[in-house]
Design a protein around this ligand. Structure first.
Ligand code: EPU
Length: 357
């Protein structure tokens, strides 16, 4: 049996199928790692040749801004298993390469609550902790027990508790220190009886008061979330996108008050640090909703989602994002931060545009 990785490595691989914006970019080297062992071998291979590595999971939160000169590693480590805690609770351990949405349906279909509000979020399970995915009042951190990741510099397998993951809104240790860790497993603590979270506006409207909150099956909640998402968010398989392109910005109370005085219709939610503004509303007010610039554009039902109508490049998408950011900054004095990770050739347009291992 070969212990090297040469037989796993492919050359000049088109990445169009591996990113949900369907941007064409070519990886000089490419490997699909189906196990921790294959991942370690790929790491060794790259180290021996001093080849830079770029990681891709479901490809649903990346913008490819050019060809990749190094090794693209696609994490395909599968596996789901339960560890029972007691009559009510169990831990679901997921391989990083499992599909997130299928895992949600699997957990909810087994009668376990905790992640049903996160249905239909595209991407892999391993990507979920990176940006602490969230929707309809629930975030991954609410149920996360631990994450196992390879420390890329040393090859060590490290287990991080939820607290050690330093989760924040669309943020984590793994996002703050890009390239340091490669997630291989994550474990979620789910429960048959924890209260459902149905308070978020659209979800509360969807489930009428006749649905007694705590008697709904978690799968019914997941189905409600799917119906709501389908109303506004484009299916990446039909209209390529990466979900929200910007984070909802948080401003301090005095900024919020002056914005509210000038724009009474502004949408915001109080959070610990101040007020979280709906970026979709800000972009919408600037008239971008439904905008199309040949190959790329802004979704017609959710201004926070940029779309690729076909043949758009990463540069096209980033140029549009920049125009939107400038327009929102001029109009409202609010700075928008991009949500997806940008993968660009070394030396391209400064440090924000790099994201390698
Ligand atoms: N709005 C507009 N115009 C728009 C879009 C939104 O006026 O074009 C207004 C809506 O009417 C609503 C408010 O903005 O009053 C918020 O909109 P929405 O409920 O659609 O949620 P969001 O803040 O735009 C966030 C997440 C989504 C998540 C939803 C539901 C972020 C960056 N985005 O969007 O996450 O699904 O809440 O919980 O926090 C993602 O991260 O990729 C994503 C889709």
């Amino acid at each position: 049996m070969s212990v090297g990785a040469d037989h796993l490595i492919q050359q000049s691989v088109d990445l169009t199928a591996f990113n949900t914006l369907r941007i064409r970019a070519v990886a000089r080297y490419f490997v699909a790692a189906r196990s921790l062992l294959e991942l370690q071998r790929a790491r060794q291979w790259a180290r021996q040749r001093q080849v830079e590595c770029v990681l891709i999971g479901g490809g649903s939160n990346v913008v490819l801004a050019g060809d990749v000169a190094g090794l693209v590693i696609l994490i395909m480590i599968r596996g789901r298993r339960w560890e029972t805690i007691d009559d009510d609770r169990a831990t679901l351990v997921l391989g990083a390469g499992e599909n997130w949405h299928e895992s949600v349906l699997y957990a909810a279909g087994s009668g376990y609550r905790g992640i049903e509000n996160l249905a239909l979020i595209p991407g892999s399970a391993g990507a979920a902790p990176v940006q602490n995915i969230g929707a309809y009042g629930v975030e991954l951190r609410d149920t996360l027990a631990y994450v196992q990741a390879v420390e890329w510099r040393t090859g060590r397998l490290i287990t991080f508790s939820g607290e050690e993951c330093r989760f924040a809104y669309r943020d984590s240790l793994f996002k703050q220190e890009p390239g340091h860790y490669v997630i291989v497993n994550l474990a979620l603590t789910l429960s048959r009886s924890r209260p459902l979270s149905l308070g978020y506006g659209e979800l509360a409207e969807y489930f009428s008061s006749a649905d007694s909150a705590n008697t709904l099956a978690p799968l019914a909640v997941a189905e409600g979330v799917m119906a709501i998402r389908r109303r506004k968010l484009p299916d990446p398989a039909v209209l390529p996108n990466v979900g929200s392109f910007f984070k909802n910005p948080v401003v301090c109370e005095s900024d919020w008050l002056s914005l509210k005085a000038r724009y009474p219709g502004i949408v915001a939610f109080p959070v610990a640090e101040g007020f979280k503004l709906a970026a979709g509303w800000l972009i919408d007010q600037c008239g971008w909703k439904g905008f199309r610039d040949e190959r790329v554009g802004v979704h017609s039902r959710q201004a926070l989602v940029l779309v690729n109508h076909g043949g758009g490049s990463g540069r096209d998408v980033l140029a549009l994002a920049q125009r939107i950011r400038e327009n929102v900054a001029e109009t409202f004095g609010v700075s928008l931060e991009m949500e997806p990770r940008v993968i660009a050739p070394r030396g391209a347009d400064g440090p924000d545009f790099r994201s390698g291992l």
